[in-house]
Design a protein around this ligand. Structure first.
Ligand SMILES: [Zn+2]
Ligand SMILES: [Zn+2]
Ligand SMILES: [Zn+2]
Length: 256
């Protein structure tokens, strides 16, 4: 399995226009973050997690050639609002793409992007998507490749959203709390990818100490932090992390 970090930034991305802080002004490419999204390739299967608002730029930068399924964590702007641009793929691939998400996320997606879910003919000019509400482990199949995906419920402030476990990898973005039932589903991981917004606490996002606490409870072999604000400087963070924890950055690829 190959994993590509398409974006590792929080909702505003980094740099923020007009911000003069040292991270926004940094020349280090690892401090330049598009909005968070992950791409997974397993044999002939290509899975995208979230259609970030930077989707188009991310597809071009990573030279993505194919998408077979999309997993949506939640309906916030930064994670969803690139969805319309997926029509480049549904048109080129001439097929309807499957989108999987949490049942109570569907009305929010339909309000903004209902026109993309017509479950029938492929219409040039519109995305062609098929919605699936998922609650438990499900299987994605394509070209005789398959992946088991387990939704992992986490608390993003008062909103409960999904992370996803795929094999021995799990991806959890916006997350202030992880219930015990979800911690149980995250045991035995080789790689945990989890948000660490900044060092200061935030009401709906995990700060660094909280993220490291989650990692201690879940004890994966390795953990990668993501969904950073401009208060996180890559090199400074990386130098101060435990041995098995790493700071992700845009374009980072992992092979499992
Ligand atoms: Zn977010
Ligand atoms: Zn800044
Ligand atoms: Zn969010």
């Amino acid at each position: 399995m190959k994993i590509t970090f398409l974006g590792t930034g929080t909702s505003q991305g980094v740099p923020i226009p007009l911000c003069s802080c040292h991270v926004c002004q940094s020349d280090n490419p690892k401090n330049k973050r598009l909005r968070s999204s992950l791409f997974i390739e397993h044999n002939n299967l290509h899975v995208l997690i979230d259609t970030s608002v930077d989707f188009r730029q991310q597809m071009l930068r990573a030279r993505i050639q194919q998408i077979d399924s999309v997993l949506i964590t939640h309906h916030h702007y930064d994670h969803l609002y690139g969805l319309d641009d997926i029509r480049a793929f549904t048109n080129a691939q001439n097929k309807i793409l499957d989108v999987y998400t949490k049942p109570d996320c569907i009305p929010e997606i339909m309000t903004r992007f209902g026109y993309a879910f017509h479950n029938g003919n492929l219409t040039i000019g519109l995305p062609a998507l098929r919605m699936h509400a998922v609650k438990h482990t499900f299987t994605i199949n394509h070209n005789s490749s398959s992946l088991n995906v387990t939704p992992i419920e986490v608390a993003h402030g008062s909103l409960n959203i999904y992370g996803y476990r795929i094999g021995n990898m799990a991806y959890i973005t916006d997350c202030k709390g992880i219930p015990q039932s979800s911690i149980a589903l995250l045991q035995g991981l080789d790689i945990l990818i989890i948000e660490s917004l900044r060092k200061r606490p935030h009401p709906t996002h995990a700060c660094l100490d909280e993220s490291l606490g989650f990692i201690d409870k879940i004890h994966p072999k390795k953990a990668f932090l993501t969904h950073f604000s401009h208060e996180i400087e890559h090199e400074e963070l990386e130098a101060n992390l435990p041995e098995h924890v790493f700071a992700a950055y845009d374009t980072l690829e992992l092979i499992l």
